[in-house]
Design a binder for this molecule. Structure first.
Ligand code: SF4
Ligand code: SF4
Length: 100
Protein backbone atom coordinates (compact mmCIF):
# COMPACT_ATOMS: atom_id res chain seq x y z
CA UNK A 1 0.00 0.00 0.00
CA UNK A 2 1.46 3.38 -0.93
CA UNK A 3 1.56 6.38 1.39
CA UNK A 4 -1.48 8.61 1.33
CA UNK A 5 -0.53 12.14 0.35
CA UNK A 6 -2.52 15.31 0.74
CA UNK A 7 -2.20 18.80 -0.56
CA UNK A 8 -2.20 22.17 1.16
CA UNK A 9 -4.43 25.04 0.15
CA UNK A 10 -1.44 26.47 -1.67
CA UNK A 11 -0.91 23.28 -3.63
CA UNK A 12 2.05 21.89 -1.70
CA UNK A 13 1.94 18.10 -1.28
CA UNK A 14 2.24 16.73 2.23
CA UNK A 15 2.07 13.27 3.78
CA UNK A 16 -0.12 12.75 6.84
CA UNK A 17 1.63 11.17 9.82
CA UNK A 18 -1.04 9.15 11.56
CA UNK A 19 -0.86 8.55 15.31
CA UNK A 20 -0.50 4.75 15.49
CA UNK A 21 0.75 4.20 19.05
CA UNK A 22 0.87 5.98 22.41
CA UNK A 23 3.36 4.90 25.09
CA UNK A 24 1.35 4.73 28.30
CA UNK A 25 4.52 4.33 30.38
CA UNK A 26 5.72 7.78 29.25
CA UNK A 27 2.33 9.53 29.46
CA UNK A 28 1.73 11.80 32.46
CA UNK A 29 -1.94 12.37 31.66
CA UNK A 30 -1.54 16.11 31.12
CA UNK A 31 -4.22 16.32 28.42
CA UNK A 32 -2.26 18.64 26.12
CA UNK A 33 -2.70 16.35 23.14
CA UNK A 34 -6.45 16.06 23.75
CA UNK A 35 -6.82 19.84 23.70
CA UNK A 36 -5.19 20.24 20.29
CA UNK A 37 -6.65 17.21 18.52
CA UNK A 38 -9.52 18.28 16.27
CA UNK A 39 -10.80 14.72 15.85
CA UNK A 40 -12.28 12.19 18.29
CA UNK A 41 -9.09 10.15 18.42
CA UNK A 42 -7.95 10.62 22.01
CA UNK A 43 -9.52 9.78 25.35
CA UNK A 44 -8.23 10.07 28.91
CA UNK A 45 -8.77 6.78 30.73
CA UNK A 46 -7.92 5.29 34.12
CA UNK A 47 -4.35 4.07 34.28
CA UNK A 48 -3.70 0.42 34.96
CA UNK A 49 -0.94 -0.56 37.38
CA UNK A 50 0.95 -2.05 34.43
CA UNK A 51 1.23 1.39 32.83
CA UNK A 52 2.70 3.45 35.66
CA UNK A 53 4.98 6.18 34.26
CA UNK A 54 8.65 5.33 34.09
CA UNK A 55 9.63 8.67 35.66
CA UNK A 56 6.74 9.40 38.00
CA UNK A 57 8.97 11.47 40.26
CA UNK A 58 8.93 14.27 37.68
CA UNK A 59 7.54 17.60 38.83
CA UNK A 60 5.40 17.74 35.69
CA UNK A 61 3.47 14.58 36.50
CA UNK A 62 0.03 16.13 36.44
CA UNK A 63 -2.44 13.25 36.58
CA UNK A 64 -0.73 9.95 37.28
CA UNK A 65 -4.05 8.19 37.83
CA UNK A 66 -5.04 8.87 34.22
CA UNK A 67 -3.44 8.06 30.90
CA UNK A 68 -4.22 9.12 27.34
CA UNK A 69 -5.37 6.46 24.89
CA UNK A 70 -5.94 6.18 21.16
CA UNK A 71 -9.65 5.55 21.57
CA UNK A 72 -10.53 5.99 17.89
CA UNK A 73 -7.32 5.88 15.82
CA UNK A 74 -9.30 5.50 12.59
CA UNK A 75 -10.47 9.11 12.98
CA UNK A 76 -6.89 10.46 12.88
CA UNK A 77 -6.04 12.85 10.04
CA UNK A 78 -2.30 12.65 10.66
CA UNK A 79 -1.89 16.33 11.45
CA UNK A 80 0.83 15.70 14.04
CA UNK A 81 -0.41 18.32 16.50
CA UNK A 82 -0.50 15.82 19.38
CA UNK A 83 3.22 15.14 19.13
CA UNK A 84 4.11 18.79 18.85
CA UNK A 85 2.56 19.51 22.25
CA UNK A 86 3.38 16.26 24.06
CA UNK A 87 6.12 16.90 26.65
CA UNK A 88 7.01 13.21 26.90
CA UNK A 89 7.25 12.13 23.24
CA UNK A 90 4.57 9.50 23.78
CA UNK A 91 3.32 9.21 20.22
CA UNK A 92 4.50 7.07 17.35
CA UNK A 93 3.40 8.22 13.91
CA UNK A 94 3.31 6.49 10.56
CA UNK A 95 2.47 7.63 7.08
CA UNK A 96 0.83 4.29 6.52
CA UNK A 97 -2.85 4.08 7.54
CA UNK A 98 -3.74 1.45 10.08
CA UNK A 99 -5.25 -1.70 8.65
CA UNK A 100 -9.03 -1.66 8.90
S1 SF4 B 1 -2.21 13.37 14.47
FE1 SF4 B 1 -3.77 15.04 14.67
S2 SF4 B 1 -5.75 14.00 14.36
FE2 SF4 B 1 -4.24 12.38 14.80
S3 SF4 B 1 -4.36 12.08 17.05
FE3 SF4 B 1 -2.73 13.59 16.67
S4 SF4 B 1 -3.74 15.60 16.86
FE4 SF4 B 1 -5.38 14.05 16.58
S1 SF4 C 1 0.44 15.27 25.75
FE1 SF4 C 1 1.67 13.38 25.98
S2 SF4 C 1 1.98 13.20 28.20
FE2 SF4 C 1 0.26 14.63 27.91
S3 SF4 C 1 -1.62 13.33 27.98
FE3 SF4 C 1 -0.98 13.51 25.80
S4 SF4 C 1 0.28 11.67 25.43
FE4 SF4 C 1 0.16 11.95 27.67
Amino acid sequence: MSDITGITRGGTPWTPEFAVALDAKKCIGCGRCYKVCTRDVLELIDRSEDDLPEDDDDDDSESISSVMSLADPMDCTGCGACSRVCPKACFTHSAMPLAA
